[in-house]
Design a protein around this ligand. Structure first.
Ligand code: NAD
Length: 366
């Protein structure tokens, strides 16, 4: 119990609820971090090894992400201890039990995250009447299918292009993780003139300085193969993508992939963070010291949650894209301009910007 209070500060958390349910076997935690701007939105994560600490950190990250994006929502997160690949009936029982347990906590709107999907959100909504990231049939905007987050990453790169004088036309990009985020980032950047020179997935990577053809990568993934099997490219070990010869490195897979032992091997001019917390503590500062610009995760990858917030208000796909483009490009311009003027790493500027917005919203409340 002691550790929980260690997370509290002036911004939150506002509510912490631990749930155990003997009937369903549910063990879960809900953290509502801050709701000054409106009811919190945040994913529901299911994993066998989720921790309370992870839940607290992710809830705060959502407070910042939603505030930075100018959404009328605070941040929250829920986690369920369990294997997401368990038989569907068991998973449905757990998700429905969680939904019932948090039904009265109207300050939290669940969304999909690792281990949960649109079907899980449909179960949630069926129980308690609210959830985002719903199936299309229930008015949802399928954010991974339309590539909301990858679209937002491209909007971030376009905004950075001007501030940092890093032209996208001819820029060499390297993408770690060719899933919902990485694949759509590539599909949005290549038409702007960028060249995908390196790519990886969980099984390996491929490099071709002349540029990899997206349709061929898509065909490999559709056939269940790894991008490492790309014909004619040079195969590389999975984690070597970090050191790829490129102008823009886009981590879009796992947390903490940029670490003390590989940070100095990065050759990119800019790191565009598609994944959440892809850079371990301290590494962004060392990139900054080497003149490498980082577009922090909660600024760059907000496309998904912006899409969810638009869905929540009954908006459609084109409304979601317009909002993503607008919010992300404004934020990137502001964060990078402030960071340049002050000589600080962009994350520090970005956190300050988000905190300012949360505090302003808090000042308007009783
Ligand atoms: P996904 O499961 O669709 O794709 C993940 C990809 O990463 C897959 O291609 C997988 O093979 C690959 N991968 C896994 N481990 C790897 C490794 N060690 N090295 C290289 N590749 C590896 O997931 P996603 O939805 O694209 O999410 C990717 C990241 O972005 C996650 O950190 C997620 O939390 C974050 N994120 C996603 C969204 C979204 O809208 N989906 C929004 C914000 C942040």
């Amino acid at each position: 119990m002691g550790e929980r209070f260690g997370f509290a500060d002036a911004l939150g958390p506002e509510k912490v609820i631990e749930i155990t349910d003997q009937n369903s076997g549910l063990r879960a935690l809900l953290v509502v971090d801050n709701t000054a701007a409106g009811p919190s939105i945040g994913g529901c994560r299911m994993a066998p090894d989720v921790t309370a600490e992870e839940c607290f950190r992710l809830a705060r990250a959502m407070t910042f992400k939603n505030a930075a994006a100018g959404l009328p929502h605070g941040g929250g997160k829920s986690v369920i201890v369990g294997d997401p690949k368990m038989p569907a009936a068991g998973k449905e029982r757990l998700i429905r039990a969680l939904a019932r347990a948090i039904g009265e906590i109207e300050s939290y709107i669940p969304g999909p995250d690792m281990g949960t999907d649109e079907v899980a959100m449909a179960w949630m909504r069926d129980e308690i009447g609210r959830a985002v990231g719903l199936p299309r049939e229930l008015g949802g905007i399928p954010l991974d299918e339309i590539g909301a987050t990858g679209f937002g990453l491209a909007a971030a790169a376009r905004a950075a292009e001007e501030v940092l004088d890093l032209p996208l036309s001819g820029a060499r990009i390297a993408v770690q993780g060719y899933g919902a985020v990485g694949r759509w980032a590539a599909h949005n950047l290549v038409p702007l003139g960028a060249r995908l020179v390196a790519v990886s997935d969980s099984r390996g990577g491929a490099v071709d300085p002349a540029g990899l053809v997206l349709a061929r990568l898509d065909a490999l993934k559709a056939a269940g193969d790894s991008v490492a099997a790309y014909p004619g490219a040079t195969p590389i070990a999975r984690d070597d993508i970090i050191a790829a010869e490129c102008d823009i490195l886009i981590p879009a897979a796992r947390p903490d992939v940029i670490r003390a032992e590989n940070v100095d091997s990065i050759k990119a001019r800019m790191v565009l963070e598609g994944a959440n917390i892809p850079a371990a503590a301290g590494t962004e500062d060392s990139l900054h010291a080497r003149g490498i610009w980082v577009i922090p995760d909660f600024i760059a990858n907000a496309g998904g949650v912006i899409c969810a917030a638009v869905e929540y208000r009954g908006g459609d796909q084109s409304g979601a894209f317009a909002r993503i483009e607008d919010a992300i490009s404004r934020n990137v311009t502001e964060v990078l301009s402030r960071a340049q003027a002050e000589g600080t790493p962009p994350r520090r500027t970005a956190v300050r910007l988000a905190e300012e917005r949360v505090r302003k919203a808090m000042a308007l409340r009783r």
